[in-house]
Design a protein around this ligand. Structure first.
Ligand code: SF4
Length: 439
């Protein structure tokens, strides 16, 4: 349910089925040209399609002219309370004006901005936050906050249409995730304009990313939302952009750079996977190709569920395996795994994505993998349990507790029984009492 209408912010289409645009906001003093331009370049490199800058003072509006001319991506001027700053921002060449029609000083001032924006061909983002609803909606807000947010947004839409200005997108934001979801769903049913999504004051990199992923991810999965901004309490605006991209990539709405998949680890882990995954993730940031890279904590399951990955490693105590497209490439000493993985990735990308296989090394890797799989054939790993569940579901059976399948030490562990779900008691778990090892 993408918005029916489309607007353009600079050359970036928003809504009407265009790819969901990623935006962020600079955290610098806008008039500090050096710092602001450095942050804009950083967020553009990280993948921001649009950048917003705060314009609370005359000198910020003055700085806009240079910012707009030097910015590699379109610039949105964020204006509150002072409509003359909006007029100046349009004169300075801002590609979009963000304002709250409710706090700009009345209908006439909104009209003045709308006339100038129309002349300049500049779109606007209009909207409300849960903390700044018009007074007449406060009573409704107490009883029904979602309806109050939507009512405010619809009133602003009516106001702009009454001024013959329809070149806008709309946002309603709240710190409350369920309210944000409900309000935007409702708004999308009521208006044809593009919708900007965000969770206000979401929090730190950790909690803010999660809240935004839940709120925005739910809406985007429904098809609601045409541009997103992740609000994080960090000076590093590029972190907001990275989170936005992870959400869009997870929903397969857009593609950008590599996708890393990694097992959650368990008691079979035999190397320091935390560090290895972190290093791989960091090194992958230098790549723009949409390759999928898998990291498995052990070779007990073979390549298994990572067989669709373009590249991967599976580690063990002293050695590990590099694989590509489900096939072993070579066995490597543990300490060289990451460097060799990236050598293989670089070589393949240099050949246009083709993999070159050294048959003897591949055979040696395959034999190593087979030996480990055979040695651990009785282990009920998370992957094997998932495969058993899948097989049982496909055959119409459910697997359940104690009875038939045997664990490695010959104890009865799982028995397929129709009509019962899997319930793994902690005591019956093959990992019960074992500690994670990183030796
Ligand atoms: S059994 Fe699975 S989850 Fe555990 S370390 Fe091996 S690959 Fe990772």
């Amino acid at each position: 349910m993408a918005s029916k209408r489309q607007i353009f912010v600079g050359g970036v289409p928003i809504g009407g089925g265009a790819p969901v645009a990623v935006q962020t906001m600079t955290k610098t003093e806008t008039a500090n040209l050096g710092a602001t331009m450095e942050q804009i370049r950083t967020v553009a490199d990280a993948g921001a399609d649009l950048v917003r800058v705060a314009v609370p003072r005359e000198k910020d509006a003055d700085a806009l002219r240079t910012i707009v001319s030097e910015s590699p991506i379109p610039v949105i001027a964020d204006i509150h309370f002072n409509h003359t700053l909006a007029l100046k921002a349009i004169d300075a060449g801002a590609h979009c004006i963000r304002l709250n029609p409710g706090n700009i000083g009345g209908r006439d001032k909104v009209a003045e901005v709308a006339v100038k924006a129309t002349e300049a061909g500049v779109p606007m983002r209009i909207g409300v936050n849960s903390g700044s609803l018009p007074k007449h909606l406060h009573e409704l807000e107490r009883r029904a906050p979602v309806e109050a947010l939507v009512a405010a947004a619809v009133e602003f839409v009516d106001l702009m249409e009454g001024l013959d200005f329809t070149d806008f997108k709309v946002s309603i934001k709240s710190t409350n995730v369920p309210n944000t979801i409900a309000a935007n769903r409702l708004l999308a049913e009521k208006i044809p304009y593009p919708i900007h999504l965000g969770i206000t004051e979401a929090g730190t990199k950790w909690s803010g990313a999660l809240k935004s992923s839940v709120g925005l991810g739910t809406l985007l999965a429904d098809g609601v939302g045409d541009t997103i901004r992740i609000s994080l309490s960090t000076f590093h605006a590029e972190e907001e952009v990275k989170v936005a991209w992870e959400i869009l990539k997870a929903l397969q709405l857009r593609e950008r750079g590599p996708v890393l998949i990694a097992c959650p680890t368990c008691g079979r882990l035999q190397f320091d996977m935390d560090t290895v995954v972190a290093e791989i993730e960091q090194r992958l940031e230098a790549y723009t190709e949409p390759i999928e890279v898998a990291v498995l904590g052990c070779a007990v399951n073979g390549i298994g569920e990572a067989s669709h990955a373009d590249f991967g490693i599976t580690g063990a105590k002293d050695e590990g395996l590099i694989f590509a497209h489900g096939k072993p490439l070579r066995k490597i000493p543990q300490a060289e795994l990451v460097d060799t993985l990236f050598e293989e990735i670089d070589k393949s990308l240099g050949r246009g994505g083709r993999i070159q296989v050294d048959d003897s090394k591949a055979a040696e890797g395959a034999a190593w993998l087979q030996r480990i799989e055979e040695e651990n054939a009785g282990d009920l790993t998370p992957e094997k349990l998932a495969a058993m569940e899948k097989a049982a579901a496909e055959s119409g059976e459910d697997i359940t507790a104690p009875g038939s399948a045997e664990s490695g030490d010959g104890e009865p562990y799982l028995k397929p029984v129709k009509g019962r779900k899997v319930e793994l008691g902690e005591e019956a778990s093959p990992t019960a009492g074992r500690r994670f090892t990183r030796a």
